[in-house]
Design a protein around this ligand. Sequence first.
Ligand code: SF4
Length: 339
Amino acid sequence: MREDKLTLWFSKNARNFPWREEKTPYKVWVSEVMLQQTVAKVVIPYFERWMEMFPDINVLASAPLEKVIKVWEGLGFYSRARRLHSAAKQIVNLYEGRIPTEKHELEKIQGLGPYTVGAILSFAYQKRALAIDGNVIRVISRLYGISDDVTKAKTKRQIAEHVESMLPVKKPYIVMEALIELGALICRPKPDCKNCPLKLCCKALAEGDVEKYPIKPKREKIIDLKRDVLILECNGCFLVRKEEDQRKVMAGLYEFPYFDEFEMSLKKQVLSKFQTPPKKLKEGAKLFHSFTKYKAQLKPSHYICFDKPQILNYQWIEKKHLEKFSFSSGHKKILKTLL
Ligand code: SF4
């Protein structure tokens, strides 16, 4: 049976990860959130550091958001850290820090999506639950030759039904995790079908066109941005700004003053706040920074300033303290070259 083959394959090939050593609901939850947009290899040191800093949900809930963001710094998609933090607070308030065991309770916690709920129920509580991520969607769409758009609700339901039908009564969580692992290791975008335990029952392979699956709508166009970044230094202090708008991708993060191509008048406005015009020391190498649908080209220029005006929404921070603040990944690269 294909489920037996999958289980056997998983027992021989499952990778060792720190979050697989002891599958507590908290560790499963944190690891799954970290893994949502980041590859496992990158997640490992972040996960270990997180567990050192926030060993349980109570410690996480009582930590200041600033510290949570700092520990997350470099993983990107910071809304994940903010959601973990606010969900931890809710769990402490509503369930005294115990992560609920029932699906309907987990679903009520803000920031826990269907995949994370399924993962906690399946991997930590060993229940019969669906944890369907991009890997599972790819495997199932190929295995069953699903020729409809996998982002549509109807197709999602169809995929869920197929996964459900594959979960055995005994130890369903093993097959659930094995499907995810198969997608991560074998049924990758460029699949390794000859080493796949499901190759004899795979419809896409029989059709001879595996890479056409999963069917997805066309990707949103990437938007290129060109940004001038001002590194304004005065007596060992640097001008930075914290993004306070919680709706923005970079909410809670620090950045140097930057201006898009169409914002050059704003750049002039900031520079005009100085009594003596800052003197440009040098231009740094251009670097690139991608987030959501944007690819930003950052062009840093280092200026020496002769006064420190107070500018709305900005603050001057001493160089030796800069590392304590959480910077967006593009500006963190600039900070590194600066330090
Ligand atoms: S045979 Fe190939 S396409 Fe089919 S499930 Fe296995 S790896 Fe994926």
